[in-house]
Design a protein around this ligand. Structure first.
Ligand SMILES: CC(=O)SCCNC(=O)CCNC(=O)[C@H](O)C(C)(C)COP(=O)(O)OP(=O)(O)OC[C@H]1O[C@@H](n2cnc3c(N)ncnc32)[C@H](O)[C@@H]1OP(=O)(O)O
Ligand SMILES: CC(C)C(=O)C(=O)O
Ligand SMILES: [Mg+2]
Length: 514
C-alpha cells in the first residue's frame, strides 16, 4: 500500500452533529466545511438530507460551494432517503451517496424488524439504486462489529457486487477492542471474494475510549479509509478523533508506513472552529488539541525541553498550526524555565537577585494556581528594588471579626535580629498591622493614603497595595504585592518605612543603639 492510500472521511457535520446538544445552522456548517477543505480531508460527510429541511439545504450548499473533497450525504436503504440525498448532492463535482443498514441480530430483530434475508435484499437494492445516480457509493453495515461474521461477509460481498466503491465497517456502539477489530477486518479481507474491488472503511465509536486504537488496528489489517470527527465529537462518547488518528499515523509513520494527505498545520484552527461553533469545549488534557497537549509545567521537563525540545515532545506544536509549545510556570517549575521566561519579559536576573526572585516565585506558586507574566513582573520589580530591606516582613497574623477587636502580630527582621510585636486597633486589621509596625520601628509616621489594586485576574489574583506615609512633612510612597491583602499592606508600609530609613540613615543607628 502506498503512502497516500489512507483516506480521511470526516463526519463532523453528520455524526459529529449527532452529539447531544449540538445543532449547527447552514452558515456554520458551510464555515466548517470550507475549513475541512483547507484541512484537505478526502471526504466531507455533510449531513443526512432526509433528516430535515435545514440538513438538506446545508448539504446542498456545501455540495455547491465546497471544492476539493468528495461530498457525501447519508441515506437509509430506502428510495426516499436516497432520492433526497441525491437532490442535495448532485451539485457537487464529487458526490457520494452513503447508504446504510444495520446487520447485527439485535438491530435486525428489534429495530428494523427485518429478517437477515430482507436486509441482504435491501443492501443490493439500495446500492444499485444509489449507483443509478452516481458512481461513488458507500455502503455501511451498521453495528457491523456485533454482527455475525459470516453474515457480515455476505452483506459486504453483496454491497460490492451491487457496485459499492467503499464498504464501511462500523463499531457503532464502541464495543470492540483493537485486536478484535483488527481481526474482523482481516477476516473480511480473507473471506469476501470480491473485497479487492472496494475500499474498506472503518467507523469507530468511543464508548470505551478505544475508537482511535480500533481504527489504527484496522489500518494495520487492511482498512484504507478512516471515518472520524474533529475533536472526536459524535453520537454518545463520540467518534474517532480526526486529529488523533491523523497525528498518530503521521508521528508513527515509521510503524504504520502510511500517512493521510491532510494539511497538518490546519488541525488546530479546525479544532478551534468546531469547538466554538458546536459549543463543545475541548478538555485541557485532550491529545493533540487540548490546552495542555504542548504545555510543560514541571521543572525537570521544562529544563529538558529548553535544552532539547524532543526530550519531552514527540510532536512539534508548529506541525498542527500552533505557534509554539508552552512553558507554564507553576509550583513544579525550576530555575531554568523561570530565568528563561524572565529574559523573555526583559529581565536579566543573575546570582543573588535570581535566587531571591525564584524563592518568592515558589512561595507565590504554592498559593496561586497559575502564574501570569504580570505576576512575574510584579514579583521581579519588587525584588529589583534597590532600597535596602532594613525591615523585612517575616510573618503576619491577624485576628478580626465583628465581635473582636482587630489585633495584628508581626514578626519582622531588622538586621540579624527578629522582632515580634502586636497591637490592636479599632480601625480594622490593616490599621492594627500598621500600628504594630509603628510600635516596632518607633517612627512617628502617618498614613496619608492607602490604595489597593488587583493586578492579575481571578480568585487568586495578586493584590498591589500602595501607601503614602508622611514623615516630618515629607511623603514616602511604598508598594507591596501579594496574593494576601494583609501581607501586601504590611509590605507596602514597610517599603515606605525602608525608604524613610534610606533617606535618614541616622535613624538606623539610633534603633541599633536601643
Ligand atoms: C448509527 C447512526 O448514526 S445512524 C444515523 C442516525 N442519525 C439520525 O437518526 C439523525 C436523523 N434522523 C432523523 O431525522 C429521523 O430519525 C429520520 C428523519 C431519519 C426518520 O424519522 P422517522 O420517520 O420519524 O422515524 P424514526 O426515526 O422514529 O425511526 C426510524 C425508522 O427508520 C428505520 N430504519 C432505521 N435505519 C434504517 C435503515 N438503515 N434503512 C431503512 N430503515 C431504517 C427504523 O426501523 C424505523 O422504521 P419504522 O418507522 O418503520 O419503525
Ligand atoms: C451510519 C453509520 C456509519 C454510523 O454512524 C454508525 O454505524 O455509527
Ligand atoms: Mg456513527
Amino acid at each position: 500500500m502506498s503512502e497516500s492510500e489512507i483516506k480521511i472521511f470526516d463526519t463532523t457535520l453528520r455524526d459529529g452533529e449527532q452529539s447531544p446538544g449540538v445543532s449547527l445552522n447552514i452558515e456554520e456548517k458551510l464555515e466548517i466545511a470550507h475549513q475541512l477543505a483547507n484541512l484537505d480531508v478526502d471526504v466531507i460527510e455533510a449531513g443526512f438530507p432526509i433528516a430535515s429541511e435545514g440538513d438538506f439545504e446545508a448539504v446542498k450548499q456545501i455540495a455547491k460551494e465546497v471544492q476539493g473533497p468528495v461530498i457525501a450525504g447519508l441515506a437509509r436503504t430506502t428510495k426516499g432517503d436516497i432520492d433526497r440525498a441525491w437532490e442535495a448532492l448532485k451539485y457537487s463535482d464529487k458526490p457520494r451517496i452513503h447508504t446504510f443498514i444495520a446487520t447485527s441480530p439485535v438491530h435486525m430483530e428489534y429495530k428494523l424488524q427485518k429478517s437477515p434475508n430482507e436486509v441482504l435484499e435491501s443492501v443490493t437494492e439500495a446500492v444499485e439504486y444509489a449507483k443509478s445516480y452516481t458512481d461513488d457509493v458507500e455502503f455501511s453495515a451498521e453495528d457491523a462489529f456485533r454482527s455475525d461474521k459470516d453474515f457480515l461477509c455476505q452483506v459486504v460481498e453483496k454491497a460490492v457486487a451491487a457496485g459499492a466503491t467503499t464498504v464501511n465497517i462500523p463499531d457503532t456502539v464502541g464495543y470492540a477492542t483493537p485486536a478484535e477489530f483488527g481481526g474482523l477486518i482481516e477476516y473480511i479481507c480473507n473471506n469476501v471474494p470480491n473485497i479487492e474491488e472496494t475500499i474498506i472503511s472503518v467507523h469507530c465509536h468511543n464508548d470505551l475510549g478505544l475508537a482511535v486504537a480500533n481504527s489504527l488496528a484496522a489500518i494495520e489489517k487492511g482498512a484504507q479509509q478512516i471515518e472520524c470527527a474533529v475533536n472526536g465529537i459524535g453520537e454518545r462518547a463520540g467518534n474517532t478523533a480526526l486529529e488523533e488518528v491523523v497525528m498518530a499515523l503521521n508521528t508513527r509513520c515509521d510503524y504504520f508506513d502510511q500517512t493521510p494527505e491532510v494539511t497538518l498545520d490546519q488541525i488546530y484552527k479546525t479544532s478551534k472552529l468546531v469547538s466554538s461553533l458546536t459549543g463543545m469545549s475541548v478538555q485541557a488534557n485532550k491529545a493533540i488539541v487540548g490546552k495542555n497537549a504542548f504545555a510543560h509545567e514541571s521543572g525537570i521537563h521544562q529544563d529538558g525541553v529548553i535544552k532539547e525540545r524532543t526530550t519531552y515532545e514527540i510532536m512539534d506544536a508548529k506541525t498542527i498550526g500552533l505557534s509554539e509549545n508552552q512553558i507554564v510556570l507553576g509550583k513544579h517549575s525550576g530555575r531554568h524555565a523561570f530565568k528563561e521566561r524572565l529574559a523573555e519579559l526583559g529581565y536579566e536576573l543573575e546570582g543573588d537577585n535570581l535566587e531571591k526572585a525564584f524563592k518568592r516565585f515558589k512561595e507565590l506558586a504554592d498559593r496561586k494556581k497559575s502564574i501570569t507574566d504580570r505576576d512575574l513582573e510584579a514579583l521581579v520589580e519588587d525584588e529589583l528594588k534597590t532600597i535596602p530591606q532594613v525591615y523585612e516582613l517575616m510573618e503576619t497574623q491577624v485576628t478580626s471579626g465583628n465581635e473582636v477587636l482587630p489585633t495584628a502580630t508581626l514578626k519582622l527582621k531588622f538586621d540579624e535580629e527578629v522582632i515580634i510585636d502586636s497591637a490592636c486597633c479599632e480601625g480594622g486589621p490593616i490599621d492594627a498591622v500598621y500600628e504594630t509596625i509603628n510600635r516596632i520601628t518607633g517612627l512617628g509616621c502617618e498614613l496619608e493614603s492607602y490604595a489597593i489594586d488587583a493586578i492579575t485576574s481571578g480568585k487568586d489574583a495578586l493584590g498591589e497595595v500602595t501607601v503614602k506615609l508622611n514623615y516630618n512633612e515629607e511623603l514616602f510612597i511604598g508598594r507591596g504585592v501579594s496574593i494576601d491583602v494583609i501581607e501586601a499592606s504590611a509590605k507596602a508600609y514597610l517599603n515606605a518605612v525602608n525608604k524613610i530609613l534610606y533617606k535618614n540613615e541616622e535613624l538606623i543607628g539610633d534603633k541599633e543603639d536601643n
